[in-house]
Design a protein around this ligand. Structure first.
Ligand SMILES: Cc1cc2nc3c(=O)[nH]c(=O)nc-3n(C[C@H](O)[C@H](O)[C@H](O)COP(=O)(O)OP(=O)(O)OC[C@H]3O[C@@H](n4cnc5c(N)ncnc54)[C@H](O)[C@@H]3O)c2cc1C
Ligand code: SF4
Length: 337
């Protein structure tokens, strides 16, 4: 039994004050990731600051977009009418993750900050640079079937496990955070980090900051989108590879395109060259293949995960074709209801 203190934050300012006062404290929202990490002895916060009752549970219309409070549960967000109708890519990605019970508990902010599922990160008997900086990486020469093929480093080849974040990356969301110095806004592409030689840092959120909201821009790509998740089981499993594709079409021509991959890197993976290769081109297989080749040009497999490169290529082709035909892989929340 490891002792820890528990305190409830009364408002955002109080939450920031409490976290800034104690470097060994952690926020707890839905607890679906942090409690598991504590039970496995991977996380050892001296103090839990419960933010689950803060008034950050609303989805509000902003100048053409949406502002999603950091404590909006994943289920509420997926089924929210404005999200289901205007951002069905996000609904699809959320509903592809975890289980209904987990999605009822999991929060928007917590989903962004969930930690990798690398087997060795959870196994405290093995070296892991992310869990214990400087101890080594057991995955590089170990069982690395679920690990990354893009953006890896000699320190870490972990992947970010979220589905929701892949859609948020494609939609170019923004993350609103508050710290002792006030508020700031982080572009989604800059929120998560690549491992480099500091794999213990998953994001660019400062330790004394709280995520307060995620903002969606007006453009939702509601007509031509698809989220495809390839995994070992049909439910309750993390992505081996996932693809979020969003297209804006003018006849047969692609006017705008977004493409983000999950399960392949330390952060949701986007590639400007691959998206540029789609814009202005005919929405056909040759265009999609060229974009997939560009996106995967630097992909590197390890002993057990080389299969992910071809899997990702095929998944990109299929997801773009589904988006172009307006036949999305996952059903939108509107259709499920
Ligand atoms: C069996 C299982 C299967 C799963 N499958 C999937 C899946 O397929 N796809 C998927 O995407 N996810 C999956 N998940 C993960 C799940 O989505 C996350 O655990 C959940 O989103 C985390 O949200 P939470 O509110 O419970 O976070 P918590 O566990 O409360 O917190 C997680 C981390 O975020 C920090 N935090 C939380 N909120 C804030 C905030 N507002 N500001 C700053 N820091 C904050 C906490 O300090 C902690 O470090 C699965 C989880 C389980 C247990
Ligand atoms: S890949 Fe990263 S998380 Fe996994 S063992 Fe190596 S350092 Fe740890």
């Amino acid at each position: 039994m490891i002792n820890f203190q528990y305190a409830r934050a009364t408002d955002v300012a109080d939450a920031v004050r409490q976290i800034a006062a104690d470097p060994d404290a952690k926020f707890i929202a839905g607890g679906t990731n942090l409690i598991d990490l504590m039970k496995e002895d991977v996380a050892r916060p001296a103090r839990l600051i419960d933010i689950s009752r803060l008034p950050l549970k609303t989805v509000e219309e902003t100048a053409g977009g949406l502002r999603i409070g950091a404590l909006v549960p994943n289920s509420d967000l997926a089924y929210h009418p404005a999200v289901a109708q205007r951002y069905p890519l996000l609904s699809s990605a959320i509903l592809a993750g975890a289980s209904q019970q987990l999605r009822n508990m999991a929060s928007t902010g917590g989903n962004l900050l969930q930690r990798t599922r690398c087997f060795y990160f959870y196994d405290t008997a093995t070296p892991c640079n992310k869990r214990e900086p400087g101890s080594g990486c057991s995955a590089i020469n170990g069982i690395n079937r679920i690990n990354a093929i893009l953006g890896t480093s000699e320190s870490c080849i972990a992947t970010h496990p979220s589905d929701m974040c892949v859609a948020l990356a494609a939609l170019e969301a923004k993350v609103h955070v508050t710290g002792p110095g006030g508020e700031r806004v982080i572009a989604f592409a800059d929120f998560h980090r690549l491992p480099g030689n500091t794999p213990q840092l998953d994001t660019n959120l400062h330790p004394n900051e709280i995520v307060t909201a995620v903002e969606l821009p007006p453009k939702g790509f509601a007509a031509n989108y698809s989220y495809l998740k390839i995994r070992d089981r049909l439910s309750y499993a993390f992505a081996l590879v996932s693809v979020a594709a969003a297209l804006e079409l003018e006849g047969e021509t692609i006017k705008d395109a977004r493409l983000a991959l999950g399960g392949v890197a330390h952060k949701p993976w986007r590639d400007a060259a691959a998206e540029a290769a789609l814009r202005g081109q005919a929405a056909n297989r040759a265009t999609f293949r060229h974009a997939a080749d560009l996106l995967l040009r630097d992909a590197k497999g390890f002993a057990h995960n080389g299969f992910k490169i071809d899997l990702a290529r095929r998944a990109i082709l299929r997801t773009l074709a589904q988006a172009a035909r307006a036949t999305p892989q996952s059903q939108s929340a509107k259709k499920i209801r």
